[in-house]
Design a protein around this ligand. Structure first.
Ligand code: G
Ligand code: G
Ligand code: MN
Length: 528
């Protein structure tokens, strides 16, 4: 239907919405799952870091115990202390070597006995702990050194970096883990490096020991989240995907259904958007208004007034025209009924009907209802048949027309002369009026042949004893010619354009010699 074609903005919105509806649950689901996984990862990496800290604390406890035992010996000659030093190495699984120092000099070692090497407290974090990248015995091999002092004397205990490495590798096999002491750190490769350990891509966590000056850094590498998402939630992911597709599809279907011409017409009918417009039909001679043709207009909320040729063909095609005409007749009756005083007796009201109306007898009820709004004889209902859709002379149609006649409803053949079946209609149905199509009226004053056609139609109607209405009268030349030819009724812009009920009633009331508006007429006559 042309009504919705030239609205590109709505098209893009309509195509976009199903995608949004489909993607939103998917995105929300993914976000929730991602959040869940992030929480799990963070909890896991925190637990791992805590375990590593506890394990290293435990190792350092061993070293501290050994240092505590040896501290009173610091300052004694090496020969006296040597056995005690070695005994700590043997007894304690984590202790690799024990040493004593005095006056910044390491003078006794469990491995060499007498020794001579400077000791600088500044090498140790808090004066207690040093992560070394090897010593003279095992260069390039990580070593953690614990220092306990009493004045300028003290004990130095070392533990092999392999113990730390084993802890890192066993406790967090899937994590990036580092242990940091002061400005040195060691990762899972066992190499000691200076500086700050690199932050992990996911669930980065740092946990310091409360008892010794070291910290543990943990986390996961990039991609761990995606990997978990795929491995832990495949069922949920596919469910989300299906849900998204179903939601998007349902939305698309709903939008399409809601915006179909059929649905749009149904909506308009329920919203009472189809209005009757009235075009006057005048009588030969005094040209007073003897009747009106009711023409449907669609008062569309966004498009404004829509002409019937844009939607009537679709309404006929979809079969909705019957319900729309019923509503239009009711609307017409309700608009005119309060003002019957303005109408002269036998005022013609023309309603356009189509082939769909002739399939059953429901039109009888519609006409009955219409006529019941007026005093008997006040209006003459005329049904105008067009040839757009062929009306078949079925038994039902014939019965319908017979009963309409019995009710006093008249039949007019609309657009006479333009269709192929006009003459057939004349034979099959008992027609009361011919409405000469405006294309013939436009020929008046034209070439001789056209003039002959018009004259023949008028002659035919006279011979058949039919009333005749000329449509599309726009000039006085046409009016006068038709009057001279004996045409009973005329309709056209010369006398009045199709107009809303309020304008029509006002104009009717203002006619010279016309009836006055009833006292206290409700204001809707002014609004329409
Ligand atoms: O006024 P105009 O542009 O209004 O009318 C355009 C066409 O629409 C005409 O051919 C007229 O017969 C048709 N039309 C107007 N109103 C109705 C109606 O209520 N029912 C049917 N079936 N056709 C109508
Ligand atoms: O129902 P029908 O097909 O006869 O509908 C009449 C159509 O002709 C309507 O669209 C109406 O607006 C239009 N019409 C009525 N009077 C004139 C007129 O004087 N000139 C022209 N051009 N159109 C008219
Ligand atoms: Mn008509």
């Amino acid at each position: 239907m042309p009504l919705t074609v030239n609205r590109p903005a709505r098209w893009s919105w309509r195509t976009l919405l199903p995608w949004i509806v489909g993607v939103v649950p998917l995105a929300c689901g993914l976000a929730v799952m991602n959040w869940q996984i992030e929480r799990e990862l963070r909890a896991a990496s925190q637990a791992t870091a805590r375990q590593v800290v506890e394990h290293v604390d435990h190792i350092l406890d061993n070293l501290a115990n050994a240092a505590q035992v040896l501290l009173p010996l610091a300052g004694s000659p090496c020969v006296d202390a040597q056995l005690a030093l070695r005994s700590q190495v043997t007894r304690n699984a984590f202790v690799r070597s024990t040493n004593l120092f005095q006056h910044h000099n390491l003078y006794c070692s469990s491995l060499f006995g007498d020794f001579d090497e400077p000791v600088d407290a500044h090498d140790y974090t808090d004066g207690r702990l040093w992560l070394m990248n090897g010593n003279s015995v095992t260069p390039g091999h990580a070593l953690l050194v614990y220092r306990a002092s009493d004045g300028d004397r003290g004990a130095i205990i070392t533990v092999d970096g392999d113990h730390l490495l084993t802890a890192l590798r066993l406790i967090g096999p899937e994590e990036a883990l580092q242990i940091r002491v002061g400005n040195a750190w060691m990762g899972k490769d066992g190499a000691v490096q200076d500086g700050v350990p690199p932050a992990a891509a996911a669930a980065d966590v740092t946990l310091g020991s409360t008892r010794y000056p070291f910290s543990v850094h943990g986390g996961y590498e990039a991609g761990k989240q995606g990997e978990l998402l795929r491995s832990h939630y495949p069922a949920l992911l596919s469910l989300l995907l299906v849900l998204g597709v179903v939601a998007g599809g349902a939305c698309r279907w709903q939008i399409r259904r809601a915006s179909s011409p059929r649905a749009e017409l149904r909506r308009a009918l329920e919203a009472d958007e189809f209005l009757p417009y009235f075009q006057p039909v005048v009588r030969k001679g005094d040209y007073r208004w003897a009747g009106a043709e009711v023409l449907m207009r669609w008062n569309h909320p966004r498009e404004g007034l829509v002409r019937p040729d844009l939607f009537i063909p679709y309404a006929e095609h979809s079969g909705q025209i019957v319900a729309m005409t019923r509503a239009l007749m009711l609307h017409t009756a309700q608009s005119l009924a309060p003002y019957t005083a303005l109408l002269e007796d036998g005022f013609h009201i023309g309603i356009n009907i189509t082939a769909d109306h002739c399939r059953d007898l429901s039109l009888l009820d519609d006409c009955q209802t219409f006529l019941q709004h007026f005093p008997p004889g006040r209006v003459r209902l005329t049904l105008e048949l067009t040839e757009r859709k062929l009306i078949e002379a079925t038994p039902v149609a014939l019965e319908l027309f017979a009963k309409l006649h019995d009710m006093g409803v008249m039949i007019a053949l609309d657009d006479f002369g333009t269709g192929q079946s006009s003459l057939n209609y004349l034979r099959q149905f008992k027609v009361d009026y011919l409405k000469i199509d405006q294309s013939f009226v436009a020929m008046i004053g034209g070439d001789a042949l056209s003039q002959h056609i018009l004259d023949s139609i008028i002659e035919l109607s006279a011979k058949l004893g039919l009333g005749i209405v000329a449509e599309g009268v726009e000039t006085e030349v046409q009016r006068d010619y038709l009057a001279r030819s004996g045409v009973d009724f005329q309709q056209g812009y010369l006398f009045g354009r199709p107009m809303p009920a309020s304008d029509f009633l006002k104009a009717l009331a203002a006619q010279p010699g016309g009836a006055r508006l009833p006292q206290g007429a409700p204001p809707e006559i002014m609004r329409g």
